[in-house]
Design a protein around this ligand. Structure first.
Ligand SMILES: Cc1cc2nc3c(=O)[nH]c(=O)nc-3n(C[C@H](O)[C@H](O)[C@H](O)COP(=O)(O)OP(=O)(O)OC[C@H]3O[C@@H](n4cnc5c(N)ncnc54)[C@H](O)[C@@H]3O)c2cc1C
Length: 485
């Protein structure tokens, strides 16, 4: 397993502040990671800063689907769906360890806005938009087939189902592995480093950064700045972007309670809720409600839980899930391009790249699935701002990792709990706190019912690797419990 970034946070900060960068990327989510990798691969001198851990924001709180978006097809957004359908295949090509075929069963009921005939056409078109190279071929299922595949499913007015395919990924791992690739191509990546201010002076951007671990300040000079801060985008100085935040929540239950062999698509009027099997558990979501609070504070409310349980229990009345079935939940804020008209579910999932004079570039919106294309277009703009003709983009073909680099550390299903993996995260993947490993490097926090016991073991391994004292180990456990409860 190769080492990607043996640079310590101190060294990363001094590396950033030594000479003038071509581009400083602010935000270590999937968009920032994609821009950073692409820019580094095209030979630019690039630095990336993230105020918390890499993938701290929306990019570790999504539904983890590589999808074209059947729902958007129903809204007639063919271009958007086509783009995402092709990009999901790109992720499969460059990161096969993070793209698992995921069949969806979409049960159909008489008297709903989702009749079987319409969906049959829809899923055929969905396959077509992938140039017939989708993760699997769509088909239709009879009422009897649905009853035997989905024990306990509501059979009142059931007419059958369609089956179609998308991909299952691991959002946070896609972010981390993209950063690993960027670092291999020379990018300087620094987590726990916040942009405080940025002014254009003497032909360069002078950005004031604060190291949130040590409270030290740094100045970094760059010719361009890319603001890729997702739901935080409109809070940055110089930002010209307007974001509409919507909150999405997922619940995790045991697969023994909801024994579905494949993902199930459930509808509630215009809204869609997925139940997605993830080895021994199933996650169900999402809600979709307007959110204007601080993205830092987003959390699951009793109403969110109620809504998801109600939709699931309408589809699976015999299962009758209750709050006592919940293993974990997660909540995130979707950074949508503002459109004051229409409800949250109507707001476009398209993206926006705004270029201000002097090389400040805002990029926001879109989806995890389309991150690479968004990054490519952003870096094209960086080239224009620099007045340089950049080499062609290679991110659609070059693998994210070298063969063997994902083994035991990066996958859709959480890796086994091992000291070897924990050491790797600390040495090569910028893990600094216990929650960095438990949540974003591994997902052990969300997956294991005894996550707290695992956290104690992981803390002791991290202590060995990072030289923590007993006090620091206890502080990390307290932080882990505080941050996540
Ligand atoms: C519930 C939900 C489900 C979703 N499901 C899917 C899905 O299944 N498939 C799909 O394709 N898409 C999905 N999406 C959309 C997708 O997750 C987002 O579009 C994507 O993750 C946004 O990435 P980002 O990099 O723009 O933002 P983020 O991941 O939020 O990254 C922004 C980062 O900027 C950092 N930052 C902010 N301010 C500063 C500062 N001053 N200095 C330094 N760093 C800063 C933040 O800490 C944050 O980590 C979903 C979204 C939600 C909310």
């Amino acid at each position: 397993m190769g080492s990607d970034n043996p640079i310590s946070p101190d060294n990363a900060a001094s590396g950033l502040s030594q000479e003038v960068l071509d581009v400083l990327v602010v935000g270590g989510g999937i968009i920032g990671a994609g821009v950073c990798r692409d820019a580094a691969m095209r030979g630019l001198r690039v630095g990336l800063i993230e105020q918390h851990d890499l993938a701290f924001g929306t990019s570790s709180r999504s539904a983890r689907l590589l999808h074209g978006g059947l729902r958007y097809l129903a809204q007639g957004r063919v271009r958007l769906v086509r783009q995402a359908s092709l990009e999901k295949l790109v992720v499969q090509r460059i990161a096969p360890h993070l793209a698992m075929p995921l069949p969806f069963i979409f049960p159909t009921y008489r008297g709903t806005p989702w009749p079987k005939w319409k969906l049959r056409l829809g899923v055929k078109m969905y396959d077509l938009l992938c140039h017939h190279r989708n993760f699997g071929h769509s088909s239709t299922l009879s009422r009897e087939q649905v009853k035997s595949l989905l024990p306990g499913v509501n059979t009142q007015r059931l007419t059958g189902a369609v089956r179609y395919y998308d991909g299952a990924t691991n959002d946070a791992r896609l972010v981390i592995d993209t950063h690993r690739s960027a670092a291999r191509h020379g990018a300087i990546v620094s987590n726990y480093m916040r942009l405080e201010d940025s002014v254009h002076d003497g032909g360069v951007w002078r950005s004031q950064l604060s190291d949130t671990l040590t409270d030290q300040s740094y100045e970094v000079r760059s010719r361009c700045v890319v603001n890729a801060t997702g739901p935080w985008s409109n809070r940055l100085p110089n930002s010209q972007i307007s974001i509409r935040g919507t909150k999405g929540v997922h619940l995790i239950v045991s697969r023994q309670r909801l024994a579905i062999p494949e993902a199930v698509m459930m509808t509630e009027q215009k809204r869609i809720v997925w139940a997605v099997p993830w080895a021994d558990v199933v996650y169900i979501g999402t809600t979709d409600t307007d959110y204007s609070g601080d993205p830092e504070d987003v959390c699951t409310s009793p109403q969110d839980v109620q809504y998801i349980l109600e939709v699931t229990n309408t589809y699976f009345p015999a299962v009758h899930l209750t709050e006592s079935d919940l293993i974990q939940t997660w909540a995130g804020v979707c950074p949508l391009i503002a459109n004051p008209r229409g409800g949250p579910s109507d707001v476009s999932r398209s993206y926006q790249i705004k270029i201000a004079p002097q090389g400040w570039i805002d990029v926001a919106g879109g989806k995890l699935t389309t991150y690479r294309l968004i990054a490519q277009q952003t870096v094209n703009h960086v080239g224009r701002c620099l007045g340089r003709r950049l080499p062609d983009c290679r991110t659609a073909d070059a693998p994210l990792l070298e063969p063997g680099d994902a083994d035991g550390v990066s996958s859709v299903i959480p890796p086994p709990v091992t000291e070897h993996a924990v050491n790797h995260y600390c040495r090569n993947e910028w893990a600094i706190h216990l929650d960095d490993v438990m949540v974003r490097r591994t997902r052990w926090h969300h997956y294991h019912i005894d996550a707290d016991v695992i956290a104690q073991q992981v803390a002791s391994w991290m202590a060995g690797c990072l030289g923590w004292s007993e006090t620091r180990q206890q502080e990390e456990l307290q932080r882990y419990r505080r941050v996540l409860n």
